[in-house]
Design a protein around this ligand. Structure first.
Ligand code: BG6
Length: 507
């Protein structure tokens, strides 16, 4: 890689080091950063967990995870041996002061050996109930005092509503300064999500039409094929509104709707995004039913296999009122977007795992062609595919070859995998971990952003909580969600569009 820069000496303490996130995401990401030569030779990865395990046994298990989940496939022995020298497993009770005193000594010895200040990263890959107690212990041990090099990474969920998010922010901010806090939304680390910024702000072509004069509406779909899997305990307290919409989908919306930043300074970008959140029209509780619909999956068929309904999943109540699907219409009350609907939807057990943003443009102001020529007319659409295929499709009208004037929609396609090799594309966690190591918070959520996003979903959360009398389950696994979702968008004369990236995409 031409641009690889060496980072400063780094010691990372992962709380929840023996958990799933470390296994599937963090270890493969750190390993790839190591292979791509981003990491300093002074590196220490301390994984703490409650289970008893020897260092070799832990490293062996971590290797299995890397072999399975790394974008590069299986590890090579010499490289893994070299990397794994930096890994250390510590069995510890992270509610007790003892381990933090030990950590403090270990960090001091590490810095002494490196001969300079090190990045001291504390990664909270633990359930949210532990966020505050761990942060407090870090503070009490004096480990948060290095304002420049000491950083705390917090996984989602950040709060379960506005009040709890505010309380958590207030409490963390008594220990750390805002610039030391890295609240993760892993969608922001995805290549295609970052590409929205490049696409919008490195091209002169699109910006003049990126507004209410030309854009009819915007759709954001994040559809998942998987059900709730073994996360029933967590999901029963969450639902899709908290799990996906308050964070991932709101962030995608911000990237589409934000004003051009003056620079890519972390606060400049985050200011422009928070402006969008502030401009989103707050729903009145009595209007929620006109703007938001919810669903819960029933049993159904997926790829020829019968799958369970949500209420029959492990750790889920037999009469659970929790939503696994939601579709919401937002308006952004500012000059650029006045009266342009932004429809967002996300659900589990939908037919395809696909994340896609569709920008639908307005018709031409005057139609010069005769009716027969425009029988197949369709609006111009720009489709940003985020996953699984990364790419951009632009749909426009062209003359169909022949002696008559007949117009037909055609597509112009940019597909990442045609242009670049996919094993070279970093995973979201690689990008995010490198940013934490380099102290760049652009792709992380600032306190006010998280709170503003909660403010937007609160009326919906409260209305739904107070009114359980919906006909759940109301969509079969393997379908596009409940009928009310189609009705929500059809009322405005629109329909949900999901065009896959293949050449002969259909709707
Ligand atoms: C997580 C949610 O934040 O994102 C999960 O908690 C969801 O429920 C996941 O499955 C989706 O992430 P990705 O990267 O697979 O689209």
């Amino acid at each position: 890689m031409a641009t690889t820069r060496k980072t400063s000496p780094t010691i990372i303490t992962i709380f929840g080091g023996s958990g799933d996130l470390t296994w599937r995401k963090l270890a493969p990401a750190l390993y790839n950063l190591f292979l791509d030569n981003w990491l300093n030779e002074h590196l220490c990865i301390v994984c703490t967990g409650r289970s008893e395990m020897s260092n070799p046994a832990f490293i062996k298990r971590l290797k299995e995870g890397v072999d399975k989940f790394s974008r590069r496939g299986k590890t090579k022995k010499a490289e893994w041996d070299q990397f794994s020298k930096s890994i250390e497993y510590q069995q510890a009770d992270f509610t007790q002061a003892k381990m933090y005193n030990g950590l403090k000594k270990q960090i001091a010895a590490f810095e002494k050996k490196a001969g300079e200040k090190a990045n001291k990263i504390f990664y909270l890959a633990v359930p949210p109930a532990f966020f505050e107690p761990i942060a407090k212990r870090i503070g009490e041990a004096g480990l948060a005092e290095d304002r420049e090099f000491s950083r705390l990474v917090i996984e989602k969920p950040f709060g379960s509503d506005l009040d709890s998010a505010r309380n958590l922010n207030n409490s963390l901010l008594t220990i750390f300064e805002e610039n030391q806090l890295y609240r993760i939304d892993h969608y922001l680390g995805k290549e295609t999500v970052q590409n929205i910024l490049a696409f919008r702000f490195a091209n002169a072509l699109f910006e003049p039409i990126w507004n209410r004069n030309y854009i009819d509406h915007v759709q954001i779909t994040v559809a998942e094929k998987i059900g709730v899997e073994d996360r029933g305990n967590y999901y029963e307290h969450s639902g899709v509104l908290r799990d996906m919409i308050q964070n991932h989908l709101m962030q995608l919306l911000c990237l589409i709707a934000m004003e051009p930043p003056v620079s890519f300074n972390a606060d400049e970008v985050r200011n422009r995004k928070v402006d969008v959140l502030h401009a989103i029209r707050k729903l009145k509780k009595e209007d929620v039913h006109n703007f938001a619909v919810r669903g819960q999956y029933d049993a159904g068929w997926m790829e020829g296999k019968k799958v369970k309904g949500y209420r029959h999943e492990k750790d889920v109540a037999a009469d659970s009122p929790v939503e696994t699907f939601a579709a919401i219409k937002f308006f952004i009350d500012n000059w650029r977007w006045n009266n342009v609907p932004f429809y967002v939807r996300s659900g589990k057990r939908m037919p395809d795992a696909i994340s896609v943003i569709t920008i639908e443009f307005k018709p031409v102001p005057h139609q010069s062609f005769p009716d027969e020529a425009i029988e197949n007319w369709q609006p111009n659409r720009m489709i940003l595919n985020i996953q699984p295929d990364m790419g951009i499709r632009i749909r426009f009208q062209a003359k169909k070859p022949g002696l008559q004037m007949q117009l037909n929609p055609v597509d112009m396609l940019f597909n990442y995998s045609d242009a670049y090799s996919s094993t070279g594309t970093p995973e979201a966690y690689e990008t995010l971990l490198l940013d934490v190591i380099e102290g760049d918070a652009t792709l992380f959520m600032r306190a006010d952003q998280v709170e503003a996003a909660w403010q937007i979903v609160m009326p919906i959360l409260e209305t739904w909580k107070g009114n359980h009398s919906v006909n759940f389950p109301n969509y079969a696994a393997g379908t596009q969600g409940p009928e009310t979702s189609e009705a929500l968008i059809a009322r405005d004369g629109n329909n949900w569009i999901v065009m896959p990236l293949e050449k002969n995409g259909h709707e």
